[in-house]
Design a protein around this ligand. Structure first.
Ligand code: FAD
Length: 282
């Protein structure tokens, strides 16, 4: 196994295009587990953690988060998404959050990846670059199955981008404990008051991250009635209905972490709580 340390995006792209069986190493918190368990044995590793161009974060109405932004950095910076910060806070331990990156969460593309429901709800774009140029893929088209995406082997994830959706957003997850536990189900809710749009992303309850479109339409209807800009607590019945619709979109399976019934139940509870929380954001 050879390890090449890159310092520039162009050098990473050269390596991805010219070498065979190349794997990118960012924070290593997923990759090293795979290697240590003997699940993969890449011939060539390209370490990108010293590529400063991938550490940028900018917010000016439009948010661009470089692939190497770590969860610790997300918590220390005004990243422009409270829901993403809530997701970052739930991930791993301080040691993991210091090393692990958003690009790595996208690279692994697990349905349990905690940032991914948020990126779905934000309608984020994944920016990919290869020697052939850059392409921008809507997050909804990026993930194709458990740990599968449309990223080609010669492509580097350079950033995630989204339009600033304001403060009315949240991420919740259920797990056996609050830290160092893989999510049993996760739910992100974004209410973009300026664009009059609701996004709901569900994690760990299907082969990909799922958008709960019926729940989105229902919530948009509520805000049409109460006014998008005015904080207004939804009735308990409306919050419950929103949760029911969110849970209805899930395609969960029974596995070691939870049953279908439990996953649907917690999604309904989280959905109701998320709407009640977000609707009253000033
Ligand atoms: C103890 C522990 C706890 C964890 N807890 C959580 C948790 O609560 N929630 C959660 O979502 N995850 C969790 N994880 C998983 C992991 O930390 C995250 O998925 C993290 O975001 C991975 O980022 P990384 O930089 O370490 O990626 P790496 O391990 O370096 O890479 C992961 C994969 O993505 C690819 N990759 C990385 N960067 C790029 C890029 N820029 N372009 C293309 N491909 C790329 C790599 O080739 C590899 O296949 C945990 C892991 C551990 C070990």
């Amino acid at each position: 196994m050879s390890v090449h340390i890159s310092r520039h995006v162009d050098d990473v792209l050269d390596n991805l295009s010219t070498r065979k069986d190349v794997t990118i190493l960012a924070g290593g918190t997923d990759l090293l587990v795979e290697i240590n368990f003997g699940r993969i044995r890449p011939s060539n590793i390209v370490a990108i953690d010293r590529v400063d161009e991938l550490k940028d974060h900018s917010r000016n109405g439009h948010i661009r988060m470089g692939a190497l932004v770590t969860y610790t950095r997300m918590l220390e910076t005004d990243v422009g998404s409270p829901a993403l910060q809530e997701a970052a806070r739930t991930i791993g331990s301080p040691q993991i959050r210091n090393a692990a990156t958003i690009g790595g969460n996208l690279g692994t593309c697990s349905p349990a990846g905690d940032t991914l429901p948020v990126l779905a709800a934000l309608e984020a774009t994944v920016v990919l670059r290869s020697k052939g140029g850059e392409r921008r893929v809507a997050f909804g088209d990026f993930m194709t199955g458990p740990k599968k995406s449309v990223r080609r082997p010669d492509e580097l994830i350079v950033a995630a981008e989204w339009e600033d959706a304001g403060e009315a957003q949240t991420y919740m997850f259920a797990a056996t404990r609050n830290a160092m536990a893989i999510s049993i189900s996760g739910l992100a809710l974004v209410v973009d008051r300026a664009r009059r749009r609701v996004g709901v992303g569900l994690g760990s309850c299907g082969p990909t991250i799922i958008r709960a479109t019926d729940a989105e339409r229902f919530a948009a209807g509520l805000f049409d009635e109460t006014g998008w800009d005015r904080p207004a607590r939804p009735s308990d019945a409306a919050a419950r209905e929103f949760g029911r619709l969110a849970a209805g979109a899930a395609k969960p399976i029974d596995d070691v972490r939870g049953t279908v019934a439990y996953r649907r139940h917690v999604l309904a509870v989280m959905g109701a709580r998320a709407l009640a929380r977000v609707a009253v954001v000033p």
